[in-house]
Write a protein that binds this ligand. Structure first.
Ligand code: ADP
Length: 424
C-alpha cells in the first residue's frame, strides 16, 4: 500500500511562463496540490505556499507560474503534464489594457471598461473571465461579473443569468463567493428554447447592471466582465450583438474563432474594440454527459454546499393554497390557430398559471420577487430556488427542498425546466 501511495506523489518543476495541467476523472478520487517553492496561480488565483488544495472528479486545472516554481500532486490524476506554450502573456496584456481604461475612468469619474467574452463552446471563455476578474480584484478593483451562460453558468443554478460583485479572488475549489448575486430565472438549459424570453431577460439584467454600477464609485471605475454562451451562429450571433448593445460594451474579446471575430469587426460600430484571443491548448472539451453532470453538480452545491463548506438545506411541506406556481411561455401554436393580431412569439412570454401536478416532481421552482401575477413574473429577479421533492395530490401538499427554512420569501413561484434528483 505504501508503494502505491508513493507512486501517486508527483513533483513538478515549472520554468517561468509554463503551466502544469491535470485532470481528475474518476468518481470519488481526490487529488491534492501543494506549492513547495516559488510562485504559482490557478486561473488567476495565487497559491499559498505549503497549503494543501483539494480537487475532486471533474476538475480540469492549470497551475501557471510567471516566475517558476515547484509543485507537488498527491493522488491519482488521469492526465498530468507540463506545457510551455500558453496564451497567458496575451491574457495578461488584455488585463493590462483593461486596467489602463480603469485608470482613465477613475481620473474622470467615468464608467470603466465593459468587456464581453465570446466564442464557441469549450474555448475557455469562463476561464478567461475568471483570470481577468482575479487579476482585477488583485489590483484592488471591484468589478462586476455578468454571466449569460444559462447552460454552465457560474452564478446561482443552471438556467439562470445574473450578476455578481467580485470583492476577492475566486477560491480554488468553490469559485467566486456568491454573496447577494442578482439572478434572473430563464428556466431552460439553452437560450434556443426561448430566444424571445432570453432577449428580454438579458436586456433587463443589462439595465439593472447599469444602475448598479452608478451606485458604487469603485465598481463604476472597475467595469464589468461578461461571459456568454457558446451559441455563436444564426440567432445566437444576433443575441451577442443585442447583448453588446444592451450592456453598452466597450470591448469584445473573441476566443479562438476567426470567423466570429471577422463578423463582429464587420458588424460592430468602430468605437467598440473587437480583439482576437487564442484559446489555450489546455482547455478540455466536454461531452454532453459531462455538461449534464456539471449542471447537476452545481444544483447539488446550491442546496448542499461543497465538501469543504457543506450546507444543510431544509425540507418542508407547503399547502397548494399557500403558493401560486406559474410557467413562462404557453405551448407554441401554429399561426392559423392564433387569435387575430397575435404573433406566435407572444406565446413565448405568456405567464401561465399552473395547478401543482406530478409532472413538477424534481423540478426547480424560482422564488420570484414579483408582487403582481403579470409580466412582473418574467422580469423580476429571484430570491432563490426550491426543488419539488414530493407531490401529494390527495392532501394537496408539496414537499420542497430549500436552502432557507420556511416561510418562503414570496408565494409566487416560477417553474424551471431544470430538474434535480435529491439522492441524500
Ligand atoms: P467555456 O466557458 O468556453 O465553455 P471553460 O472556461 O469552462 O470553457 O473551460 C473548459 C474546461 O477546460 C474547464 O473545465 C476548465 O477548467 C478547463 N481549462 C481551461 N483552461 C485550462 C488550461 N489551461 N489547462 C487545463 N484545463 C483548462
Amino acid at each position: 500500500a505504501s508503494e502505491d501511495k508513493k507512486e501517486h506523489v508527483q513533483e513538478f518543476k515549472l520554468d517561468p511562463d509554463s503551466e502544469l495541467r491535470f485532470e481528475v476523472e474518476s468518481k470519488g478520487e481526490k487529488v491534492f496540490l501543494i506549492l513547495k517553492a516559488g510562485f504559482a496561480e490557478v486561473f488567476g488565483t495565487e497559491l499559498v505556499k505549503g497549503k494543501q488544495y483539494e480537487f475532486t472528479a471533474g476538475a480540469k486545472i492549470a497551475v501557471f507560474s510567471w516566475q517558476g516554481c515547484t509543485v507537488e500532486l498527491k493522488g491519482k490524476t488521469d492526465v498530468s503534464y507540463v506545457a510551455r506554450e500558453t496564451p497567458m502573456v496575451i491574457y495578461c496584456n488584455c488585463h493590462a489594457a483593461l486596467e489602463d481604461m480603469r485608470c482613465d475612468a477613475e481620473k474622470e469619474n467615468k464608467r470603466g471598461p465593459i468587456a464581453m467574452l465570446v466564442g464557441p463552446c469549450d474555448v475557455g471563455k469562463s476561464t478567461v473571465c475568471r483570470i481577468l476578474l482575479n487579476y482585477a480584484v488583485r489590483m484592488g478593483r471591484r468589478p462586476l461579473f455578468v454571466d449569460l451562460d444559462v447552460g454552465q453558468g457560474q452564478i446561482s443554478v443552471p438556467g439562470t443569468i445574473g450578476a455578481l460583485l467580485i470583492e476577492r479572488p475566486a477560491s480554488l475549489d468553490e469559485g467566486f463567493s456568491q454573496e447577494a448575486p442578482l439572478v434572473y430565472n430563464f428556466g431552460h438549459k439553452t437560450p434556443q428554447l426561448n430566444s424571445t424570453l432570453f432577449n428580454m431577460l438579458f436586456t433587463q439584467l443589462a439595465n439593472s447592471v447599469k444602475e448598479k454600477i452608478e451606485t458604487n464609485k469603485k465598481t463604476k471605475a472597475s467595469g464589468v466582465i461578461i461571459n456568454t454562451c457558446g451559441w455563436v451562429k444564426g440567432e445566437g450571433y444576433k443575441h451577442l450583438i443585442q447583448a453588446a448593445k444592451a450592456f453598452e460594451v466597450d470591448v469584445i474579446l473573441v476566443l479562438d474563432q476567426e470567423r466570429l471575430y471577422n463578423e463582429l469587426v464587420r458588424d460592430m460600430p468602430n468605437f467598440i474594440k473587437v480583439v482576437f484571443l487564442p484559446k489555450s491548448g489546455g482547455v478540455v472539451e466536454r461531452s454532453q454527459s459531462a455538461r449534464a453532470e456539471s449542471r447537476d453538480q452545481r444544483i447539488r452545491e446550491y442546496f448542499y454546499g461543497t465538501p469543504k463548506n457543506s450546507a444543510y438545506p431544509h425540507s418542508f411541506d407547503i399547502k397548494w393554497s399557500e403558493i401560486k406556481i406559474f410557467k413562462i411561455g404557453g405551448p407554441a401554436l401554429p399561426d392559423s390557430c392564433l387569435p387575430l393580431g397575435m404573433k406566435a412569439e407572444d406565446h413565448l412570454t405568456k405567464v401561465v398559471a399552473l395547478t401543482p401536478n406530478p409532472g413538477m416532481l424534481h423540478h426547480l421552482l424560482a422564488v420570484s420577487y414579483a408582487t403582481k401575477e403579470d409580466e412582473e413574473l418574467i422580469l423580476s429577479h429571484v430570491a432563490g430556488f426550491v426543488c419539488v421533492t414530493n407531490i401529494d395530490t390527495e392532501r394537496q401538499i408539496l414537499t420542497l427542498l430549500s436552502p432557507q427554512p420556511k416561510p418562503l420569501p414570496n408565494n409566487l413561484l416560477v417553474l424551471s425546466e431544470l430538474q434535480f434528483m435529491d439522492s441524500h
